[in-house]
Design a protein around this ligand. Structure first.
Ligand SMILES: NC(=O)c1ccc[n+]([C@@H]2O[C@H](COP(=O)([O-])OP(=O)(O)OC[C@H]3O[C@@H](n4cnc5c(N)ncnc54)[C@H](OP(=O)(O)O)[C@@H]3O)[C@@H](O)[C@H]2O)c1
Length: 303
């Protein structure tokens, strides 16, 4: 990693004010190099975050299911930033994903120092019409896999008194989301979990941040069938690179919850101060797909 900025060193001192590194935990990684692991790192926000950390001099390992896109992304990061960039093709919802990531890293001489849980999926439409299998898949990825990876990595970070966990939530995690109900609820869990464990472990040397972006221009909205929703027409969206740049600054500064962009921050304030009785119908309208037949309860076909 390149030399740490004064800001980073100062925040490191604060973040580690009660850290008591365990010599055995440090010895266990003495022959390995630290690396930043980014799930969902093959495209979109995850790839932009991996590039941003690589730009700061960190070696990175990106994880996603489709090996070809992943290898190409890793090769471009390595070439652009002169760091090691590993591709670990896998589905992070598999129960042994955390152990397989550790094994993959150790085989190449690395250990997980910073975990970025970015892999996530959305689901649009009224909850009653969301196919049960799609809801289960969303919870497996957005909630269970993120929780399992976090729970697996955290004890070793605390024992070393260093590292960090950046969980990608959403602005939707700050308010219920009619017409994307399960997705918003899953991101609310991510915000809540991340802030709670940040408080439980304050000063023990590990950074925690929930990143809560508003709309970002990636293929995410199209993939969940929300490209025609009113929010996509009406709200200004950030690029993945803008999101990653701002997120990196906030992470280094020790933020626990961060909403990037001016529009995102205005919306964050709006959902804080406007009563939910007024906000929820507006959010529901913004999230409604233009072609939606409002009163049909027939489940949407799997896309
Ligand atoms: N775009 C937005 O407006 C927005 C706003 C707020 C929050 N977010 C959050 O930001 C995160 C990334 O969103 P994005 O817009 O960058 O999405 P994206 O472009 O669709 O990228 C999703 C990434 O996750 C990977 N992935 C999906 N399922 C996976 C699995 N089971 N195991 C491993 N990797 C998996 C994908 O690769 P493979 O398909 O190859 O697995 C891909 O790399 C998500 O958590 C999303 O909820 C997005």
């Amino acid at each position: 990693m390149k030399g740490r900025s004064l800001l980073r060193r100062t925040v490191d001192l604060w973040v580690g004010r009660y850290a008591e590194p365990d010599p055995a935990a440090l010895a266990a990684v003495a022959d390995l190099k630290p690396i930043v692991v980014v799930t969902g790192g093959s495209r979109g926000i995850g790839l932009a975050l991996a590039r941003r950390f690589a730009k700061a001099g960190h070696d990175v390992a990106i994880v996603a299911r489709h090996a070809d896109a992943l290898q190409a992304a890793a090769a471009s990061i390595a070439q652009e930033h002169d760091v090691a960039a590993l591709a670990i093709p896998m589905d992070v919802t598999k129960p042994d994903a955390a152990e397989r990531i550790d094994a993959g890293l150790a085989g190449k001489g690395f250990y997980l120092d910073t975990l970025i849980n970015c892999a996530g999926v959305g689901l649009a439409g009224p909850f009653v019409r969301n196919p049960e299998a799609r809801i289960a898949g969303l919870l497996d990825l957005n909630v269970t896999a993120l929780t399992r990876l976090t729970r697996h990595a955290l004890p070793k970070m605390l024992a070393r008194g260093s590292g960090g966990i950046l969980n990608v939530a959403s602005l939707g995690g700050l308010v219920p989301g009619p017409n994307q109900a399960a997705y918003y609820a899953s991101k609310s869990y991510v915000v809540s979990l991340t802030r709670a464990i940040a408080t439980e472990n304050a000063g023990r040397g590990v950074r925690f941040m929930a990143l809560a972006p508003g709309p970002v221009n990636t293929g995410f909205h199209d993939a969940m069938g929300a490209e025609l929703s009113f929010y996509r027409q009406l709200l200004l969206a950030l690029s993945a690179d803008q999101t990653a740049r701002a997120a990196y600054r906030a992470y280094v500064s020790g933020c626990h919850l961060f909403v990037p962009g001016v529009t995102g921050k205005l919306l964050q304030i709006a959902v804080w101060i406007i009563p939910h009785a007024l906000v929820l119908p507006i959010v529901g309208w913004l999230l409604r797909r233009r072609e939606e037949r409002p009163w049909s309860d027939t489940p949407d076909k799997d896309r």
